[in-house]
Ligand binder design. Structure first.
Ligand code: GLC
Length: 419
């Protein structure tokens, strides 16, 4: 009897203890496509496992808006958000505000992720965040329309894409006035930087700023790439394309109103959803080449713990759980979020849900980084100057050659203040 009471006493003490230790962690996650839903579900799984709870801070869709909001929070040293979802181009900008996860996350756990992505999250030896999912630009196309218009394979070059998109658009517009040949991200924001980097690299025009920090954008190939993209506007792409982000392009493609789309992998899972008009009719290919091979911009998101968090231990536990293999697998299967854990690319359930994870593996492993590494804390300014120059060309305010020449001067001014 005594023993039983002692055990009950002990259990109660443990329960009281874990109750006292239970905390509420606030996690900022995005809301593009299924982002929010899957983020919440993962956080709930961690909460159920640990007895803690998670409050979700819903972030805006555009990465630029997220950054603005986060910078305000961090500059104010606010403890409101414990865990932030960080874009792969931000670690250099925000490193000082995040807990060094080196040593706090076991090395074996870190090393399971792609080396390059871990490197992108490491600033002066500090592990700023844990990789959560990776991204690369892809070309989506309508397999049914390819057959209908006599095409056997996805376009290999931008010129082929333009010709195919034009023919399909002309045919489809006879019965559907709002049909577009090609939709992509043309709004002046970070997404345009991603799309335009793909054009420029695929034309052989370099990466805006090279690995050593030299400004390389002022060249004829980069200019030609921008002029080519401008020729799509109001031709194979609607005039409105210069206002589209990821979700606008996806909305048009998924409702059956476009032949081709540039987007990230998340669009695959939604396109195959039951409410998608193009379910079962989607092909995925590498983006076309402009003569120097195809190029996909490296995107992706990480999870970092704020140094201003009052719940750092629980926040680190949440990050480890969400970035871990079980969660990455669920997110890959349900949302086509590309794992950053290499082994999951051999997982049969992941490959069954996303056949292109296997067939286009080289697109993901050879994706081109934006110059956030060499330009460090100035990356955001560099990217904004680039997307503004591109936007001017798309909107007919400038020609490619003049735009890259002016951009080069603008970038030199930014560099002059040090990067
Ligand atoms: C995706 C990418 C991210 C990029 C953004 C641009 O979310 O993962 O890296 O900055 O798109 O819109």
């Amino acid at each position: 009897m005594k023993k039983v009471i002692a055990i009950i006493g002990l259990t109660a003490a443990i329960a009281a203890n874990s109750q006292a230790a239970a905390v509420t962690v606030t996690l900022a996650c995005g809301a593009v496509g299924q982002e929010l839903e899957l983020c919440k579900a993962g956080a709930d799984r961690w909460a159920a496992k640990t007895g803690n709870s998670v409050k979700i801070f819903e972030s805006p869709n555009l990465t630029n808006d997220r950054l603005g909001l986060y910078q305000q929070q961090l500059a104010a040293k606010s403890s409101d958000i414990d865990v932030y979802q960080l874009d792969v181009v931000w670690p250099g900008l925000l490193a000082q505000h995040f807990v060094d996860l080196k040593g706090k996350v076991p090395a074996a756990e870190v090393n399971a992720h792609f080396k390059g992505i871990v490197a992108a999250n490491t600033v002066n030896g500090k592990l700023v965040a844990m990789p959560w999912f990776t991204d690369a630009g892809l070309l989506y196309y309508r397999t049914d329309l390819m057959t209908k218009y006599g095409y056997k394979t996805a376009p290999k070059t931008w010129a082929e894409l333009a010709a195919m998109a034009k023919k399909i658009q002309t045919g489809e517009q006879k019965t559907n006035k709002s049909f577009a040949g090609y939709v992509w991200q043309g709004k002046n924001y970070e997404g345009l930087t991603c799309d335009a980097l793909e054009w420029v690299v695929s034309f052989g025009g370099g990466t805006i700023v090279d690995d050593k920090g030299a400004i390389t954008i002022n060249n004829a190939k980069a200019a030609a790439a921008l002029d080519a993209a401008a020729s799509w506007v109001k031709n194979i792409s609607p005039a409105g394309v210069t206002t589209y982000g990821e979700e606008e392009a996806r909305g048009i493609f998924q409702s059956g109103n476009a032949a081709f789309m540039r987007n990230w992998p998340y669009a695959w899972a939604l396109g195959q959803g039951d409410d998608s008009k193009v379910k079962g009719k989607i092909g995925v290919a590498p983006l076309p080449s402009g003569g120097a091979g195809n190029a996909a911009t490296l995107g992706g998101w990480q999870l970092g713990v704020s140094t201003y968090s009052k719940n750092q231990a629980a926040a680190i536990s949440l990050v480890r759980y969400l970035a871990g293999p079980d969660e990455q697998k669920i997110r890959a299967i349900e949302g086509a979020y590309n794992p950053t854990i290499q082994a999951l690319y051999k997982d049969s359930a992941v490959l069954k849900a996303n056949p292109f994870f296997g067939s286009l593996l080289n697109v993901f492993t050879s994706a081109v980084a934006r110059p956030s590494g060499p330009t460090k804390s100035k990356y955001n300014q560099v990217s904004q100057a680039f997307s503004t120059a591109v936007s001017d060309v798309l909107n007919g305010k400038s020609k490619g050659a003049a735009a890259v020449a002016k951009l080069s001067t603008d970038l030199a001014r930014i560099k002059g203040r040090g990067w």
